[in-house]
Write a protein that binds this ligand. Sequence first.
Ligand code: 9PG
Length: 820
Amino acid sequence: MLTLSSNWYLLQLQQDPLSWSLQGAEDGFTWIHGAAAGASWRSKDGRRLWSGDLTELKIERRTSEDGALGPVDWIEVEGAPEGQSVKIHLRFGLCQAKPLVMLGGGIENCGQADIWLDSLDLFRLGRFRRRWWRRLWNRVTRRPQAGKTPPASFLSFGDGPVDLAWYANGWQSWSFAGTVGRMAPLTGTRLGPLTSPMYLNPATHQFGVGQKRVSELFAILGDRRSRTGILLGQLAERQAFCSLRAEITPAQDVTLHMTADLDGVVLNPGETFTADQAVVQLIDLEDEEPLEVYINAVGVHNRARVPPQAPTGWSSWYYFFDNVTEADVVDNLDWLSEHREQVPLDIVQLDDGFQSQVGDWLRVNERFPHGHRWLVEQIEERGFRAGLWLAPFLAHPRSSVVREHPDWVLRTRSGRPVRAGYNWNSFVVALDPTHPAVIEYVQSVVRRAVQDWGYRYLKLDFLYAAALPGRRHDPRVTRAQALRAGLEAIRQAAGEETLLAGCGSPLGPAVGLVDTMRIGPDVAPRWRPAYQGIEAFFRREPSLPAARNAVQNTLARAPLHGRWWLNDPDCLLLRQVDTHLTAAETQLVATVGALSGGPLFFSDDLPALAPERQRWLRGLLPPLPGRAVVLDWFDRTRPRWMRHDLVGPTGAWCLLALLNWSSQLTSVELDLASVGLNPEFSYHAVDYWQEQLLPIIRDGGHLQVPAHGVRLLRLSPAAGDDQPRWLGDTFHVSGGLSVRSWRADSNMLALSLDAQRRPRAKAWVKIPGKPLAVETDSGSCSWTPLVGDVVQLELELDGAAEINIRWDPAALVGKVGPGQ
Ligand code: 9PG
């Protein structure tokens, strides 16, 4: 037995059969026992499966220094599966600076003939139960079975009974992400060939009903009782996509596999395929962000691009859809330019609808008579940056690009185009990025858009098309390598300055290449998905356009923000007409978008926005710094609580958002400790959407939330002190970042406010004495003393304003002050 140890773990490796176990370094608790590896490939003689046993073992110990992870102690194992002309390379490592177990591996072709690689499992614990008909079929067809898995492999979460749940990360931007309980129904699509090629990794076996679960790139299997879990994931998806599968039996025994899909790529004699590194981490679900170590490691490993500020903008899609005209864009541009003080947006982005055909990006249709260059000039002249939507690896079967270059299209073995999904009233096709002419074409489109037309923001959509399975021009390239190479080519053509926004994209290969990434399905002017207005059959679909679906993923993938890229929560729709969203639903989507910290794009016909909704829009600008943490992401599929910590001249405070996913008004008990607040304290709370100061809030109190709605509260401890306190305002969603300076002495407070975007708003200040006067140098201000030393201000200001509040400190209300 060989061992590795770090501050966190003790890893023990057994050689016969090859398997390992993992204990906590301090408590000696065994978490993982009997984990093994496995692989499958094909040679001319048929299919080969390997698991566990190796002959001619060579073992070496080594310490490496990884730029991202620091020193790692390794055991490297090399051996040959009995009677096979391949060698398996495996690496087991313990990070010395972080609580991470490292797993690596590769397959070497030692024979004289080509082999084709199917999969490499770097983690295998237990064996999936096969259905009886499958077992029978295997016997009839004499398909080889994997060798024995090591006996007594298990995963433990503690001594008592467990309640296991699975955090799944979907295949691409639009695919479902979130935690599902053991008994929850599955979260895949039911629309079969229409949507599966888009939403699901076509190479990952999608289970039917039962206790089987899948995830892509990383996953967490955790126990909701002991609050512990195990995270498995890859540090990158540059070589191969990785899927994770679990089966939880009714007795809560677990089978868990991590599989790199090698896509059947050919491996010539003498070559080695080395998989991306994977990690295992034992996590404490009581930590505020148990994913932090892993997500950070991936970001650093892939040199993530994280712009310092989230961009803002307007997009044509969610109001005009593919009927957008040049005039629609110009009308909205004119409105933005007229309202730039109150609605300061940065990017004007033209979405789908300008091209003569999907794939024929260089030709505009008749709705854009002046062409791109003219339009970009209009946008830039008014001081905005221009953005453009492209689907670089997708094409309509009737496009000229497909008609003129049938060899660019990704095809199946039988030569038919691979189906890339159903959209634009047709099954669409994918362009094969391993074909050099495709890369040349895509790069020429990107150069044209950036250099000749002047776009500075490109929304790259339907990127999963580059990663569909098929017979590629270059049979040595995996799907992950194909997408990565395609994105590298686009980044190279676009230059470092252009903002690249990924969309419809598998996540792993894009880290380090895009600046922002859509992390959820499309928002839509309706709560639940529908097709042609009909909800039946579609309402449960997790990835079809719908406000509910977009919010779901924004919450589930929140920890990626600022670490892999800026998470794009998709556009906010604030309109009051041409929408099925209620006011409550609109506020919920806006709140989650604002608290996500990501790009804030609006997609309404702005000139037609009602004054009240314009006011909502203005309150969301500028975007909040940082982002909120989602507090109950492991406890329920649809989390309820978000907390966003903020600091400004008035001190530190937090925003607390409570979401109601049900279609009824719901009363929710406030458990202060579970949202990271002190249960001993009572809190002042300003409700942003209701524009009210609420009665003091205490642990165990209840909050009513409208159906599909949100309560957004700005909280400050209500402890008595002799300092004035800003309790919140409605100038901005932050409830305090409009305060630019703050100076308090014993009987006076002087502050300056930025009321550029919302001149009329309320504010609440706690005063350590009897209020005497409130004055402002701009606009008007009235004030009302409320209970508990609070003054409510009603302000109508002229841009920037100074405000002075004076009080009599001797006349303290309701508490004992100094000197009394
Ligand atoms: C333009 C749109 C917008 C949008 C993108 C993407 O068929 N589908 O399921 C499907 C899902 C999403 C989708 C299009 C089709 O939206 O996310 O923002 O740019 O394309 O066509």
